[in-house]
Write a protein that binds this ligand. Sequence first.
Ligand SMILES: [Zn+2]
Length: 216
Amino acid sequence: MPLDVCQLPLVGGHPALDLVNTLERGGTSPHDFLSDSSALLRWSELVGVISDAEVDQVGRVWRDETAAAHAGLAAVRDIREGVYLVLLAAITDADGDTAGDPIAAGAALVALHQRWSGAAARAKFVLDSSRVRLAYGTVPAMLVPDRIAEAALDVMLTADLTRVRRCPVLEGGCGWLFLDQSRSGSRRWCRMADCGNAVKARRLTERRRAARASHS
Ligand SMILES: [Zn+2]
């Protein structure tokens, strides 16, 4: 049985990358951990894009208006796909080749801009003690997708996209995206404790097997 979305390790280094990792893309049957609006609500609280009080508020609205809940989930999945396509196009290998598709990434940027425009239209200026800030999520039915749109904008505008990595699938990794925040910039695995060590253990077994075969 697949894990609950709230059991997924948060390895992305940013909520927008953790969002991308809620869809298992490899293999023949992709698995979406954001299976319904209640999973989305619990995950949004876990990664800190909404508060406890907001969970209750959105939960009430989404229970009363199923269509709004579905629209919220669809919007988040849409943003997730857009962020994935953009970040994938930013990842290059040693030869400067990208695993992504620049055309798909360009279309994704247009779609993300539309999502963000909607979120910005629903946002409002709030005067804090020392500054005015833009508060996203003033409409409860759209609060979650609006905060996710804010997170997507944040990663695209502020993160160093040359530090986006993908846990190497061809070498036995899981394919999750993460921001490499190591000083050397040479982090390869999403989690050394899982993917990195599993691959090393597998290689060791293969080497031993090959050594046994060559002796016999
Ligand atoms: Zn991994």
